[in-house]
Design a binder for this molecule. Structure first.
Ligand code: 13P
Ligand code: SF4
Length: 381
């Protein structure tokens, strides 16, 4: 089945055709129950030993996290992937852009495997590098060369990271966005931030910029839908992308929870809309959320604004505290959750058999250009 061709345009531009397919799961995996699949994964891990590491992002299903060697946010996992010397196989239980970053940062001949190629990121898909290139040319036409720093959130395609690297820009994650944006604005007059308008707006607001002074760039519309004078007057340009999972949190939910629970503390991810972040008691990456709640006093009461698998895990790991989702009807990140036991078992068995499936390979020149933008970030982290 053709899952998606979401990155194909980007890669064609750079000389590599990478169509994203997810073939149907072969026999016997669809017919096996959880116990049998877990047994297969453990057997494969035992056979491979330190030849393979299984990385799991905080948003993964509990049964996947339980089988991982390392759990973390996107920065921690990128740093871990970059530090791997021994393991030949990096099995990335996360989404496509994270596996691409691991492949770009790997040392030597490692092989990065994404158990389900359908595990994309809706936000990353909102910033096609062809559209970004067009927008860039238009903005440079108004502001002039060398005046704009491109910064892309790590939740973006390798093609967009390569574009940013080519223009002397840098990648950021939700843990280091403030430092990276501050540095960028010291280097150049203006910032063009992709693809998450909310992380961009929340970060720039913390650095003292007013929301009104920031320009929202609408992709596919001439000059991003703005008058040239407005562009000339601004320093912050935000790509109109967002995370559909974090867009589910609202200010009203905070008001209702606070009115019913005067002791409650609100903690949210910076991909949430600005009014939600502004009304929160604490804001930070998935790793920050985990750590902050773990270190809070017994009996404390938290409402968490992030993906549901993580909220459920925090509740389980902090039995002396009361943990709820900020949104009572919150759902999972559908693409993160495509990684299940059956796909992980298939991926691990394929490695044991010497024919790994779903290998993520970022070709040249994209790799070196994207690497430059990721290395700049790692040096500053
Ligand atoms: P972190 O960088 O906090 O892990 O977040 C990644 C992500 O995809 C959040 O939606
Ligand atoms: Fe992408 Fe949002 Fe899912 Fe994170 S939660 S992987 S940003 S769609």
């Amino acid at each position: 089945m053709l899952e998606s061709s979401r990155y194909s345009g980007d890669n064609r531009l750079l000389g590599e055709v990478l169509m994203i397919y997810q073939q149907p799961l072969p026999s016997p995996y669809p017919a096996l129950d959880a116990a049998a699949l877990t047994e297969r994964i453990l057997a494969a891990k035992a056979k491979l030993g330190d030849q393979a590491v299984v990385l799991t992002h905080h948003y993964q299903r509990p049964e996947i996290v339980a089988l991982g060697d390392m759990r973390g946010d996107s920065l921690k996992l990128a740093q871990f992937a970059a530090s791997q010397e021994k393991a030949k196989y990096i099995v990335y239980c996360g989404v496509h852009f994270m596996a691409e970053s691991a492949d770009i940062l790997k040392r030597g001949q490692q092989v990065v495997v994404l158990p389900d190629m359908g595990a994309g990121c809706d936000m990353a898909d909102m910033a096609d590098s062809d559209d970004v290139e067009l927008a860039w040319d238009e903005l440079v036409g108004v502001l002039g060369h060398e005046s704009i720093m491109p910064v892309t959130y790590i939740n973006s395609t390798a093609a967009l990271k390569a574009f940013v690297g080519r223009k002397g820009g840098v990648v950021c994650t939700s843990s280091n966005a403030e430092n990276i944006v501050r540095w960028s604005l010291e280097q150049r007059k203006a910032l063009f931030f992709f693809p998450d308008q909310h992380l961009g707006r929340n970060t720039c607001k913390r650095l003292g910029f007013t929301p009104e002074s920031m320009v929202l760039w609408k992709p596919g519309v001439p000059l991003g839908g703005q008058a040239p004078e407005r562009l000339k007057d601004s320093r912050i340009f935000l790509w109109q992308g967002h995370c559909p999972v974090h867009a589910m949190f609202t200010l009203k939910q905070i008001h209702v929870l606070r009115s019913e629970n005067p002791d409650i503390k609100i903690i949210t991810h910076p991909e949430c809309p600005m009014e939600v972040v502004d009304a929160s008691d604490a804001v930070g990456s998935t790793e920050f959320i985990v750590k902050t709640i773990a270190e809070s006093a017994a009996g404390s009461h938290w409402a968490v604004g992030t993906e549901m698998n993580l909220v459920n895990r925090i509740a389980q790991e902090n039995p002396t505290k009361k943990i709820v989702s900020l949104n009572r009807f919150m759902c999972l990140c559908g693409t993160m959750n495509r990684i299940d036991l059956a796909h992980l078992a298939w991926a691990m068995d394929s490695i044991v058999a010497g024919q790994p499936v779903n290998v993520i390979t970022v070709g040249e020149p994209q790799r070196s250009l994207a690497r430059a933008s990721l290395d700049r970030m790692l040096q500053m982290s």
